[in-house]
Design a protein. Sequence first.
Length: 134
Amino acid sequence: LTDPTGLQASISASGLPLSFLIPNDNTVYSGWTRRGQTFYHYSSSPPCSFIGGLSDGSFATTLDSLTASEAKRGLALDSTPTYIYTVTPKPGTYYMYIPETPHQNDQKGGLPEVWFPDGSGGLGTVRLKGRTVP
């Protein structure tokens, strides 16, 4: 995949980690994860579904304390999530940060999401954090 926004080239030139350069607008940008960088995945799928990590094309968010209804509405999910998972991708995993989830599935959207076109990097990258609160 390429760097559609040109941001990765700017970050590389600056020497700053991606976390220092998160824009305060609706800019979509791409990057590669660092060791220990953590995201959250809300889902109704059971833990056994994530033994191999997030599958290609999966989404997560930077928010870790949403209720089930907030996650469904704000992340425009097609079903109410019953679980929240901690996602710690392998370092160097490509992702795209999207500041506002678009309206879809008859849900408002609007919360930040992170797209992993190549998944989270395999075994051990997704762990159950707990059940969601309605």
